[in-house]
Design a protein around this ligand. Structure first.
Ligand SMILES: Cc1ncc(COP(=O)(O)O)c(C=O)c1O
Length: 420
């Protein structure tokens, strides 16, 4: 670490300078929040056409205002089939949130079991594998449903497959694994083709083991390119595992995060099962919103152009954060991998400091995701990971936020070093 090169007198001088900076910032009564991955107003404005579309529904063969069409409009299915690279028959359209579909599916397995056989809740303690750091709300679903979580470390090309294969081989209480395979939340990791193939080949002891594949950021590139995806349902089928995979997606971060359209993609047999159990919960989801989205999004080529407009807004924000983080990284105070897409940057501080840094940011008016949020049970045993969400703030606000973050990292580490 950079500070190791200096004697105590010099360190105290640096500390005194940081203290002045701390007082100056504190006096400004700043109030900023980089805790959640929300699109900013400019991004939402990109889809305002959705609010202005003329909804000519009179001559359609189906009255969209009425009940029905549980699994969604075919044209909406076609759009998701293109986004996820699966077939139309593999799609079930949900309401405005893919997270709520994930909660539904895990609850259905708990209550009804796979294909309505042997509910998980009748099988004693069940467990999920959770690549970490990961998406806090996946972990909350498990916690809420009393599913034990086992952390799996995340490598540069996806989760540690050796551990996954070993664990599920002999333990039939392990029923599932969470994944965000493209631009993982929060690390930005993109699963390699080899890792994906190993998923498709898994041989779990539990016959009702499921792979949850959350494609929340599938088109959310920060470069000029999109990730090339194989048809993963087909890939799983090649290894006789086609009923093992459940893919989730939504337009939350394509159009409006509160009013988008969501979907599940899975084998035809699973989609039939989903329709059967979902028909108890609803007569159908919002077809008028689906219709609006069909007219606005049109097809994958048009959506890609739209996503490039998102990128134009987000790239300068990520660049700014990365520039400021690199200053800290170059002097050994933090580590991070530059993401090529998604909504987050995952920062590792020196062990034992994340909580103190987050608290100091809070004192200075900057809210970060609470310590441990990216880990099961909100416990980051190394107390080192901090998730940064650069999307929502303006560039000016982000500049101030990152100054607060940088100051807090330096101040906390130095304070400990000189024992104050
Ligand atoms: C990985 C991941 N999945 C799902 C969601 C939520 O998706 P939705 O808005 O479709 O419920 C988020 C939101 O931040 C996310 O990061």
């Amino acid at each position: 670490m950079y500070y190791d090169n200096y004697d105590i007198k010099h360190l105290k001088n640096i500390y005194n300078e940081l203290e002045i900076e701390y007082k100056n910032i504190k006096a400004k009564n700043i109030s900023l929040d980089i805790s959640r991955g929300k699109p900013c107003k400019k991004q939402l404005d990109l889809s305002n056409q959705l609010l202005k579309l003329e909804m000519k529904i009179d001559n359609l063969p189906l009255d969209l205002r009425n009940y029905g069409v549980l699994d969604g409009l075919d044209c909406m299915k076609r759009i998701f089939a293109e986004i996820l690279n699966v077939e139309i028959d593999n799609i079930f359209i949900g309401g405005n949130s893919s997270l709520s579909l994930m909660y539904d599916i895990v609850s259905i397995f708990m209550l009804n079991g796979d294909m309505c056989v042997n509910p998980w809740s009748n099988q004693g303690k069940i467990k999920f594998l959770c690549p970490v750091p990961g998406y806090d709300r996946h972990f909350s679903i498990c916690e809420n449903l009393n599913i034990e979580m086992i952390s799996i470390s995340m490598n540069k090309d996806g989760p540690d497959m050796d551990s996954i294969e070993k664990l599920i081989k002999d333990d039939d209480s392990i029923k599932g694994i969470w994944n965000v395979p493209i631009y993982s939340n929060p690390s930005g990791v993109v699963y390699s083709k080899e890792v994906i193939e190993r998923f498709a080949k898994l041989k779990p002891k539990a016959k009702d083991f499921k792979v949850f594949w959350d494609q929340a950021y599938v088109l959310h590139t920060l470069t000029d390119e999109f990730i090339d995806k194989d048809n993963i349902i087909k890939l799983f089928k090649d290894y006789n595992n086609e009923n093992m995979i459940y893919i989730f997606g939504s337009t939350s971060k394509i159009t409006f995060s509160g009013s988008g359209v969501s979907c599940i993609a899975s084998s035809v047999q699973n989609i039939e099962f989903i329709k059967k159990v979902m028909s108890i919960k609803t007569i159908g989801n919002d077809k008028l919103n689906q219709f609006r989205h069909i007219k606005f999004l049109k097809n994958i080529d048009n959506i890609k152009i739209h996503m490039m407009n998102h990128k134009e807004i987000l790239k300068p924000k990520f660049d700014l954060v990365i520039k400021k983080l690199n200053i800290l990284k170059n002097i050994g105070l933090i580590d991070f991998i530059e993401p090529k897409g998604g909504y987050f940057i995952s920062v590792d501080t020196i062990k034992g400091n994340a909580d103190d840094i987050i608290n100091m940011c809070k004192e200075l008016g900057l809210i970060l995701t609470p310590t441990g949020s990216t880990y099961p049970y909100k416990k980051d045993l190394d107390d080192k990971n901090i998730r940064i969400a650069p999307t929502y703030l303006s560039l000016n606000e982000l500049d101030i936020a990152m100054d607060i973050f940088s100051l807090s990292v330096k101040y906390v580490l130095l304070k400990k070093l000189i024992n104050i």
